[in-house]
Ligand binder design. Structure first.
Ligand SMILES: C[S@@+](CC[C@H](N)C(=O)[O-])C[C@H]1O[C@@H](n2cnc3c(N)ncnc32)[C@H](O)[C@@H]1O
Length: 284
């Protein structure tokens, strides 16, 4: 733990990019996009609260694996929810360093966490596993091997899995192929080609590995920074091998064509609003 706020600020400034707003004893991580604060709050409401609900209110006694953990925001959330231990596996060294710094600064007991640089496909989980809960958040649409990822998860996970992911709005059971640049710190670490399954496709894939699945209905109380969830382009899937999920309501599936149209209309309106704002700024 750093006793000197100036030294801590300098360490934080040494990182190129901070995605999450952490409060490290009064020193804030320097995020650039402030809508992320609401986004993380809303994502907690959306999938962390239901996870805690089905676990009886907290994660005491549980070992958690956080795949593609970035700077450890969700690892911290599960530690705060009482889990015994969390392992975060992340492909970018800078993000692993950020997570370690955050946990040390907050004084989290070192026996309760571990962050390692690794590719989620080849990491050796056996020393730390198996895991009662696996978090696969914001990762599935940055990879091109969804079946292999689920095979890996199924092998090391004894019960609960949460997948939060962007989806294709195509019809039926399909996977879209897209490209993304590898130099964005939130993107894929290996291949530019990434796969976006439809909601139905992902549900079937997860069921194939023996899980019961609930696609959660977004429970947002502030939509800032949440367009993808509002448009139906992103959903969280709570999945279980053993825990009873009957207390979780599944989101009604919008017809894909309707969701595609509303998503496009919202995008056009947003673009128009931004352009008008810019013009007003220039003229005014
Ligand atoms: C969009 S971020 C999501 C971060 C966090 N899980 C969340 O939901 O807020 C995706 C993260 O996964 C990491 N990542 C992508 N592909 C990976 C892989 N094959 N193995 C390990 N990490 C990977 C990226 O470096 C990035 O930090």
């Amino acid at each position: 733990m750093s006793n000197d706020p100036r030294q801590l600020k300098a360490s934080l400034a040494g990182f190129e990019y901070w995605h999450y707003a952490f409060d490290l004893g009064g020193v804030q991580t320097p995020i650039t996009n402030h809508t992320h604060i609401n986004r993380m709050r809303q994502r907690r409401r959306y999938f962390l609260d239901p996870l805690l609900q089905i676990c009886g209110g907290d994660l005491r006694g549980k070992r958690v694996l956080d795949l593609g953990c970035n700077a450890g925001y969700w690892s911290l959330a599960v530690v705060e929810a009482g889990c015994d231990f969390v392992l975060g596996v992340e492909g970018r060294q800078a993000a692993v360093d950020q997570a370690r710094l955050v946990f040390r600064e907050l004084g989290v007991d070192g026996a309760r966490w571990q962050f390692e640089r690794g590719d989620v496909f080849s990491y050796d989980y056996d020393a730390a596993g198996p895991f009662d809960v696996v978090l696969c958040l914001g990762l599935l649409y940055h990879i091109s091997k969804p079946v292999e990822l689920l095979e890996t998860i199924e092998r090391i996970n004894t019960d609960l899995l949460v997948v939060d992911t962007e989806l294709s709005l195509a019809r039926g059971e399909r996977i879209d192929i897209r490209r993304e640049p590898l130099d964005n710190p939130r993107n894929a670490i290996d291949h530019e080609i990434v796969f976006f399954p439809t909601r139905r496709c992902l549900t079937s894939l997860i069921r194939q590995f023996g899980y019961e699945v609930r696609v959660l209905r977004p429970a947002l109380n502030d939509k800032e920074g949440m367009d993808d969830y509002v448009d139906g382009r992103r959903r969280a899937f709570v999945c279980a091998k053993a825990t009873d999920l009957s207390g979780l309501a599944s989101d009604a599936e919008e017809p894909p064509a309707f969701a595609r149209v509303t998503s496009r209309v919202r995008r056009v309106v947003r673009r128009g609003t931004r352009q008008l704002g810019r013009r007003a700024g220039v003229i005014g």
